[in-house]
Ligand binder design. Structure first.
Ligand SMILES: [Zn+2]
Length: 595
């Protein structure tokens, strides 16, 4: 059934039974059930972890306070089956795809989206990472078709996601853009909906999805962090704007109300931090962007399921009308499933807030993995093995991605060197800068694949470090602009850097920063190849397209001119590993810190 016909069913049901039930209450009192049960099973930030995630990404503190191994598609499937009852709707809060392991990324995450379909997922909010390959690619993932460059995957023509993606705060910049995002609202043709949307904007994605459970419609509102333009590649989202989550949720809530849907659930890809090692069912979330949304959205919204910060919590917050509202998140990488049970009043069609109970379940690996999903994952593992196991270079010792006091990491420095090497020729790069958050894993001498400790780096291991398929780019900046970018590493400036983020410099670029100096005068003594940098000299600076687009609040990069685009960052890294054999961990002495 299409969501349009579901809606008509819901509306017909709402009108008919509303009238009938009101009249019938005295006679039926105490007989017909006044409420029906609904269960939600929710996941967030899966990030394509079809295989059990390793290291700290695969561990979780459970409800007894023990640290246990958690995650993996076949284990998720077993847990989901055990938790699922006939009243269940499975939902997700974004970042299911993007920043994924090679098994998923090599096929543009089609394997992960197919797995979510097999799990019975019905609705997912988009996360920022759903936009990693751009809006058009997200539409292909939603609707089907083969990749425009890489063609069809070994599984054949992509059929499209079997669940709805929703994102109410994702609008077209151009108000004349045509939208096909309003199927769940009967095409959006009712005069009241038209009026509401003409004041609001043109949705680039379905803002809501309506699912019927036990005769009552449940409305799901999707939201993604409004910071998305700062954390994805600009080119892919240039036609979109990401607006305030609370305002968008309130418009979406009104849209649902206009079609008679009063049981309303927000799926939001934004969340808060928690205290270390807390129980997944504890609250103690540090109030942040997630709490703001959970407390401020319209009182008609009953439940707020969150994501993005990769934390597990179950909180009760107050809505603007002073009533309790659930606010929760289920960790990341498929390590937690959030179960939400509630009762919905069949007359008012609203959720009985007092009945809402939530529980975070850790996806342990002590259960029998689901055989069908195990076979599915093995199929993709076999397909990607020749790609993943190819040796691309050797290292002489572990190369960690943990920061020295200067903020440099050995692996970050190595990647900056690789990026400079890859962009010198075509792009005339003189230095390279790498964003620290893009160094996703360390390189270990004892290979995790075979455990033989021979220092061999495989393509799969290199990809785990650099999984984003960013393009290398080079722009021209002057010395003053370069200094501004380095100032933008620190909090307190007009670029609104949320945390200090030290860019990893290539070995030929050195400078000093002062911890105590005010923002704007922290950086001094910049040198390239030992020569002092003047304010007016021009410098060709290499960085990935995420940074060059102003990512991570490094807005200074957008001042760059004479843009040149080169190879993928993963190719630059792999080439460098191949050409410098074996590689020793670089020193972290490029930046000098003074008090
Ligand atoms: Zn995210």
């Amino acid at each position: 059934m299409t969501s349009g016909s579901l809606l008509r069913l819901a509306l017909a049901g709402a009108l008919a039974s509303g009238a009938v039930l009101t009249a019938a209450i005295p006679a039926n009192a105490g007989k017909a059930p006044r409420t029906v049960p609904v269960r939600l099973l929710a996941l967030n930030d899966f990030h394509g972890n079809l295989e059990p995630p390793s290291g700290s990404s695969g561990r979780m503190v459970d409800e007894q306070g023990n640290t246990v191994e958690a995650g993996g598609a076949a284990y998720i499937a077993t847990h989901m089956k055990a938790l699922r009852d006939k009243n269940t709707i499975a939902v997700a809060q974004g970042d299911l795809i993007g920043a994924t392991p090679l098994i998923s990324a090599a096929y543009h995450d089609e394997p992960s989206v197919e797995f979510m379909g097999k799990l019975g997922l019905k609705v997912a909010a988009v996360g920022n990472h759903e936009f990693d390959e751009g809006y058009q690619e997200l539409r292909r993932i939603m609707k089907g078709g083969c990749h425009p460059v890489d063609g069809c995957s070994p599984a054949g023509k992509w059929k499209g996601a079997s669940y709805d993606y929703v994102g109410a705060n994702v609008l077209f910049k151009n108000r004349n853009e045509k939208t096909d995002a309003l199927a769940a609202l009967g095409g959006g043709n009712s005069p009241k909906i038209k009026k509401l949307l003409s004041d609001w904007g043109v949705p680039a994605l379905p803002p809501v999805s309506i699912k019927i459970m036990n005769g009552v419609p449940i409305g799901f509102i999707g939201l993604v962090t409004q910071t998305t333009p700062n954390i994805v590649t600009t080119e892919g989202i240039k036609d979109l704007k990401f607006v305030d989550e609370v305002k968008a949720a309130n418009v979406a809530s009104k849209l649902l109300k206009l079609v008679g849907v009063k049981a309303q659930v927000v799926l939001v890809h934004e969340g808060d931090q928690v205290e270390a090692d807390q129980s997944p069912d504890a609250c103690s979330a540090v109030p942040g962007a997630g709490n703001r949304i959970a407390t401020q959205v319209d009182p008609e919204i009953d439940i707020v399921l969150s994501g993005h910060s990769h934390q597990a919590y179950v909180c009760k917050v107050k809505d603007p009308a002073g009533r309790d509202r659930l606010f929760s998140q289920g960790g990341s990488f498929g390590r937690v499933i959030t179960q939400v049970d509630m009762k919905v009043d069949v007359r008012t069609r609203d959720i009985d807030r007092a009945s809402v109970v939530a529980d975070n379940h850790v996806v342990t690996r002590t259960v029998t993995p689901d055989p069908e999903i195990s076979a599915f994952v093995q199929t993709w593992k076999d397909r990607v093995a020749p790609v993943a196991n190819r040796a691309v270079g050797t290292i002489s010792a572990d190369i960690p991605n943990t920061a020295a006091p200067s903020g440099e990491t050995p692996l970050g420095n190595l990647i900056a060197d690789a990026q400079l090497a890859a962009t010198k020729e075509g792009g005339n790069a003189q230095i390279a800068l790498m964003n620290p958050g893009g160094v996703r894993a360390p390189l270990s001498y004892a290979s995790s694949e075979a455990g033989e400790g021979d220092g061999v780096v495989t393509y799969g291991e290199a990809f785990t470090v650099q999984p984003f398929n960013n393009l290398m780019q080079v722009v021209t900046l002057n010395g003053a602009q370069l200094k501004t970018i380095l100032e933008q590493q620190f909090t307190g400036g007009p670029n609104n850097q949320a945390f200090t983020k030290i860019l990893q410099p290539s070995s030929n670029f050195t400078y000093t920063y002062s911890q105590s100096a005010p923002w704007g005068s922290k950086v001094s003594d910049m040198k390239i190849d030992g020569q002092p940098v003047t304010d007016t000299q021009t410098i060709r600076v290499a960085a990935n397209n995420f940074l060059v687009g102003g990512g991570d609040a490094f807005l200074g990069f957008t001042e760059g001119t004479d843009l040149w685009s080169g190879p993928l960052d993963i190719d630059a890294f792999v080439d460098y590993l191949g050409q410098n054999n074996p590689i020793a961990p670089p020193a972290t002495d490029r930046i000098t810190v003074v008090p």
